[in-house]
Design a protein around this ligand. Sequence first.
Ligand code: NDP
Length: 319
Amino acid sequence: MEAELKKIIQKTKVAILGSGSAGLSAAIYAARAELEPIVVSGYEEGGQLTLTTLVENYPGFSDGVLGPDLMTDMRKQAEKFGAKFIPVKVVSFARMPGGFRVGLDSGEEIDAACVIIATGASARFLNVPGETELVGRGVSTCATCDAYFYKGKSVAVIGGGDSACEESGTLSKFADKVTIIHRRNEMRASKIMQARVKANPKISFIWDTVVEEVLAGETKLRALKLKDLKTGKISEFPVDGMFLAVGHVPNTEAFRGVLDMDEHGFIKADKGMRTSVEGVFAAGDVADPRYKQAISAAGDGCKAALEAERYITSLSDKK
Ligand code: NDP
């Protein structure tokens, strides 16, 4: 393994950081353009889709496709055209004369003429007992992905932002009962989104309350242990599903101070996925607090690779 890593790590035209649908789609396009991309794939190869089961909204699969299978196939497609994968994590990023230096947690470095950042965002969790154990068995971070499985059931949505409203709206098309549980007594969501959920007869609210524990039944989530922050009262709230909408954390730690970001740490990119630094592109959730879909991330990855190809050509023209 060690020897293999040392052999691959070298100067490259394009380094792609991340292996979710944005990174893999960028890898397919960059490899087909004979840019011989190196993909730093991280430890959760395949990104957020590997955490889901059936994906029913990715175009082209009328019977749906398992998230992990889709990511495996995308990787195979990229490898077929010559993309190389390194299963390590990015820890640092710096501008260098003639390009960029990417530091890896293996202690090695990649020098790249241009970089596509597709490190994604991770759903924020509550960090309470029972939560991670029940992911996929009642705990979800994506109503668009999983609402369908809660037909006729009772679900809770945690959070008070636009995502909580949107997730609740999506869930209300399937579930019989949706309860938004929020830690304060007012939402931070936009007025229009709030009005929409408040007018929805299937959606109700529990205010000033936090989840203290996620309780398992025999095989899946059974109930939430709640704490009323005003009275301190603890109660059990039976539900079939808990959807987390407490924000996403973009994986942009390594790029702070080099690239422009918004106040939440999402990388700012234009329509061509160009960031504030020439030669650096950002694709997918790392630069997208709004849509956060596999298909839009894949589209971003394609655009980033096409722009990277143009950039590389412009560098050779300058020589
Ligand atoms: P936000 O950061 O806006 O909201 C997160 C919510 O989760 C807040 O209500 C926060 O509570 C709550 N929260 C955070 N941590 C915890 C915790 N540990 N325990 C309990 N509650 C917690 O994230 P969103 O994902 O909702 O939105 C992100 C961005 O995306 C926003 O800019 C939003 O406008 C945008 N967006 C736009 C949409 C649209 O226009 N259609 C749809 C979805 C998102 P508190 O309020 O107390 O801080």
